[in-house]
Design a protein around this ligand. Structure first.
Ligand SMILES: [Zn+2]
Length: 463
């Protein structure tokens, strides 16, 4: 036997030994943990605490559980080693770790994962079921699916799970037309999306009616661009904060999409309707699955590109203002792409926005007046909303199939790495130029400009 063959047979024998010592195939990982959550709000919401008792159908101990925001400092496990713990939720939120928390006299805002401990993925638990037992006047608002009085959260969605609101108040409710309101009768999808709004303050200059009107108006515009609001249901928490005339917004999607809006107490309907872009930007984020954090150019580019266009198509901002913004800011995107490429991570908002402008112009050159709207509608149908997760490659694939041509794939490959972009040539083709009195237009690009801002991109729902 040659040395080589000896080594081969030894290796085979060793493999057989390893195989015989492997444990039997583990049981299917479909375990369940059930959480019973009670709230204590005697000292008011800033002092609120949650008492959580857990029963799992797998052998787990407190050491197998984790909180998404550390948890060590604010969660106390029962001393005798049982599966029960208390979270001082109000003090945690008041301490304001990051920008995801708020504690006011009207309620507490916190991401679900901050107070809901999840078992280690190795424990084989895939499903978390949550029952809330509040006092009669305390509600837990979440946007999770509900069955038999329990909220359901997949273990794999836990780290991305949405916001929760503990409050005594019923949320405001507005609706936006769903896919069935745009499609021929009988096509799938709800006719209406429900948007619940939790107002966590009494000091806003805006009345409850003002908030309903503002959020409802821009939700309808986004619903029209998508031919059906991108999500079937949405929970929005509004808290005071942010800087004057600069609201802050964030979407958290796991288990069901939720949005945080921080708004200065003195903000007025006039400002929010005419000048705010944050609400529309965040609503647009609902319209695609979350793609990896290290490639923010796609999600931020999509929101940055569509936001002024949708507001202009809906009459909330003049079209000239969109061209002026693009002429002013697209050079930042062009510089980002020529320095680092889309994947290099520089200026994701404007490198991404320029990518979508180039894609939309390419479609307009082909006489396609629906442009990217067709792509985003297909994403909603095939990949879901921001509660899902996907990859940029998969999203681009759905887009290009809806368009019928690999427009996005070609551009994303060409500009993934540093590449020069002749922005002046693009502006000449579009017939737009920046001048001292704002944007000026040439007759030459009129057809392309008309295609980009065609009213067909914002169809009205059926009456
Ligand atoms: Zn964004």
């Amino acid at each position: 036997m040659s040395g080589q063959r000896l080594r081969a047979s030894l290796a085979a024998a060793l493999l057989a030994v390893i195989a015989s010592t492997l444990p039997a195939r583990p049981a299917a990982a479909d375990g369940v943990c059930r959480y019973d959550v009670a709230a204590t709000t005697e000292g008011g919401f800033p002092d609120a605490a949650l008492d959580v008792a857990i029963r799992c159908d797998r052998p787990v101990t407190p050491r197998d559980f984790d909180f998404d925001h550390g948890g060590g400092g604010y969660a106390t496990w029962a001393p005798e080693g049982g599966l029960a713990y208390r979270v001082a939720l109000g003090p945690l939120a008041a301490a304001g770790r990051g920008s995801d928390f708020a504690a006011t006299t009207a309620g507490v805002l916190a991401p679900i994962g901050s107070w809901l401990a999840a078992p280690d993925p190795g424990a084989g638990v895939t499903r978390l079921e949550i029952a809330f037992h509040g006092a009669a006047d305390v509600k837990l608002l979440v946007n999770l699916e509900e069955a038999d009085g329990r909220y359901l959260l997949a273990r794999e969605d836990w780290r991305f799970a949405g916001y929760s609101v503990l409050t005594a108040r019923a949320p405001l409710v507005v609706t936006a037309p769903g896919p069935a309101a745009f499609a021929p009768p009988g096509r799938a999808g709800p006719a209406e999306a429900t948007i619940r709004i939790a107002l966590l303050d009494d000091g806003f200059r805006m009345t409850a009616g003002d908030f309903e009107e503002w959020i409802g108006r821009f939700a309808v515009l986004v619903a029209r661009y998508w031919a059906g609001f991108p999500s079937d249901r949405l929970l929005i928490a509004v808290t005071p904060g942010g800087r004057p005339r600069a609201p802050f917004g964030r979407v958290r999607g796991g288990g069901g999409v939720t949005m945080l809006l921080r708004i200065d107490r003195e903000e007025t309907p006039a400002f929010l309707h005419r000048e705010d872009w944050v609400l529309t930007h965040e609503l647009i984020h609902l319209g695609a699955p979350f793609a990896p954090r290290r490639q923010p150019w796609f999600m931020e580019g999509m929101a940055t590109y569509l936001e002024p266009m949708i507001r202009a198509l809906g009459g909330a901002t003049p079209r000239n203002a969109v061209w002026e913004e693009w002429l002013r800011a697209m050079p930042t995107g062009a510089a980002g792409i020529s320095d680092m490429g889309l994947e290099g991570g520089g200026h994701p908002y404007w490198t991404g926005a320029l990518f979508f402008l180039m894609a939309d112009v390419e479609l307009a050159r082909r006489g396609d007046t629906d442009g990217l709207a067709r792509c985003f509608r297909a994403i909603r149908r095939e990949l879901g909303d921001a509660a899902s997760r996907s990859t940029i490659g998969a999203i681009i694939d759905v887009c290009d199939r809806a368009i019928g041509s690999p427009v996005l794939e070609t551009l994303s490959r060409r500009y993934a790495v540093p590449a020069e972009i002749n922005l002046d040539a693009l502006w000449r083709e579009l017939g737009v130029a920046a001048g001292p009195a704002g944007v000026s237009f040439a007759e030459s690009g009129a057809d392309l400009r008309r295609a980009l801002f065609d009213g067909g991109r914002l169809p009205a729902p059926r009456p």
